[in-house]
Design a protein around this ligand. Structure first.
Ligand SMILES: C[S@@+](CC[C@H](N)C(=O)[O-])C[C@H]1O[C@@H](n2cnc3c(N)ncnc32)[C@H](O)[C@@H]1O
Length: 497
């Protein structure tokens, strides 16, 4: 039910009575095309009240909005991991969209690594409360929280370099492309009015198509039946038709019905690839990089469309990815050997090296020193050599040629390990459908044909059929009372009736 703010409280109370307040689902705010210029604060929102018949049996398809660098939902993604594994901040130009982040660079944010855990065990000995050693620093969660994973999961996150040190704790490295989308909430202030060229206003009281589209896509699948008993210019039927839903729509006004009919019949609709078709199976195979299914197809719209999708990598999916251990065991020896070789070539080099990160950050390493030192984490480190995280991307001036070459070998091994681990994480990622992004068959168009019915239709279907307009729109029915249209959709272009 869409309603303005003068009456929303009354309608909500009424709907609580009709549906039961336990069946209330959401109160959605949409922006009106113009603010009412009252004496006080201007009112710029309309409200949609969403009730279900039975809340626990409600069909719901999450709609996701995609996000990119500098866009809504991505404001906290301020760092970039470059293809060579160096890290920098996102530039102002990149944020403003003036320049693109380099290909293969990955924008990320530092996210929380701990969760509040009311009633769960914390402190020494608890499953997700333990010291973590990263880059020579040991970190424990504070006593009110726990890590978001157990020790095994944490080890995998460390191996992927998905954990970073912050000033007083650890942060989870969440890449923008882990899930470049965010679920729609109940504030739809991103929808403009109906005055745009794509959504022209044809009726005095007309809802923007995007509002109806979201309602339909959230709550129905292709082939489901949508009813709008007060159709106005027919926006609901028009959107339902476009998205392969069957529809019935009704109005008491001749003007409204005439408008709705011409809008519906005069439009061309996209033909979306059906999951239940050979073309759909081929597309599905192409997206999932799997051989296409060979099951018999029947062209049923009820099996849905082939949708675009976004990967959804979660901390949990990484923590549970056992393949990371296999890759680590296979590739880490080369990284260790390359580090040892680098330290050997640097041994005795007279210029000390200032460490930038980790437990020895700020300290200078004298390559002439021998023996071991203890890092703040308690782990041993060579007094005159570098740990993995201390190795610079570029060789400081004066490093011998052998060290420069060993440095290249080290980074090649380090990048190879990262690439394989990242590929494994991506391959095991789940994904979310973008229900508003089905793939269209550009070679096909659809038109809608409608069966106009009069109230006595049930008694005399033939009468209703006689009233159906012909190709030129002649033989109009006499719209004396409620008119009702029945859908036929997802049929390739053909003339009405
Ligand atoms: C606000 S408009 C509908 C807008 C449309 N649903 C939309 O979202 O764009 C209300 C429509 O309800 C119709 N109407 C009013 N009373 C009705 C009734 N009892 N039965 C069917 N239609 C009715 C009016 O003729 C008018 O076209």
């Amino acid at each position: 039910m869409q309603i303005g703010d003068e009456n929303v409280h009354r309608v909500r109370a009424l709907m609580d009575e009709v549906f039961g307040d336990e069946n209330f689902v959401s109160q959605i705010s949409t922006k009106t095309s113009g603010g009412s210029t009252g004496e006080f604060l201007s009112n710029v929102i309309d409200t949609i009240l969403w009730y279900s018949k039975k809340r626990d049996r409600l069909k719901y398809r999450t709609l996701n909005k995609t996000k990119g660098v500098g866009e809504e939902g991505a404001d906290k993604y301020t760092r970039v991991r470059m293809p060579d594994l160096s890290i920098r901040n996102v530039s102002a130009d990149e944020k403003a969209g003036l320049t693109k982040v380099p290909q293969e660079a990955r924008v990320y944010r530092q996210d929380n690594m701990t969760s509040q855990s009311v009633g769960r065990d914390k402190g020494d000995g608890a499953a997700s409360w333990f010291p973590v050693r990263l880059d020579g620093v040991e970190t424990k969660p504070n006593i009110r929280v726990r890590w978001k994973t157990n020790e095994l999961g944490m080890d995998r996150l460390l191996r992927c370099r998905r954990i970073e040190l912050t000033s007083n704790s650890l942060a989870y490295v969440r890449f923008l492309d882990d899930f470049a989308a965010f679920p729609l909430n109940n504030s739809w202030d991103d929808i403009g009015g109906v005055q745009s060229r794509a959504d022209p206003k044809v009726y005095v009281v007309q809802t923007p198509t995007t509002v109806i589209q979201r309602c339909i896509l959230m709550t129905t699948d292709p082939g489901d039946l949508v009813l709008d008993p007060t159709c106005g210019s027919g926006t609901t039927a028009y959107v339902a038709e476009q998205w392969g839903r069957r529809w019935i729509t009704i109005d008491t006004s001749r003007v409204a019905v005439a408008l709705a009919r011409s809008r519906l019949m005069g439009s061309r609709y996209s033909y979306y690839l059906l999951a239940d078709s050979k073309e759909g199976q081929a597309k599905e195979g192409e997206i999932t990089r799997t051989p296409p299914k060979s099951a018999a197809t029947h062209g049923s719209v009820r099996q849905g469309f082939v949708y675009d999708r976004v990967p959804h990598i979660t901390l949990k999916s990484i923590a549970n990815n056992t393949e990371i251990d296999v890759i680590w065991d296979r590739l880490q020896p080369a990284v260790d050997a390359a580090r040892d070789a680098l330290n050997t070539t640097l041994s005795g080099h007279p210029t000390p090296f200032k460490v930038e990160t980790g437990g020895r950050a700020g300290a200078k390493i004298d390559f002439r020193a021998t023996g071991e030192v203890k890092l703040p984490s308690g782990e041993p480190a060579p007094a005159g050599g570098l740990m993995e995280w201390e190795i610079p991307r570029e060789a400081p001036s004066g490093w011998p040629a052998a060290a420069q070459s060993a440095l290249k070998t080290f980074w090649a091994a380090r990048i190879a390990r990262q690439r394989e681990i990242d590929a494994s994480i991506a391959a095991k990622a789940e994904f979310e459908y973008l229900y508003d992004k089905p793939f269209a068959d550009s070679g096909k168009t659809r038109v809608a044909s409608c069966i106009p019915l009069r109230p006595n239709w049930s008694k005399s279907p033939s009468l209703a059929r006689r009233g159906c307009p012909d190709r030129r729109g002649r033989a109009r029915p006499s719209w004396r009372c409620t008119a009702l249209y029945i859908w036929r959709a997802q049929t390739p272009a053909r003339p009405c009736c």
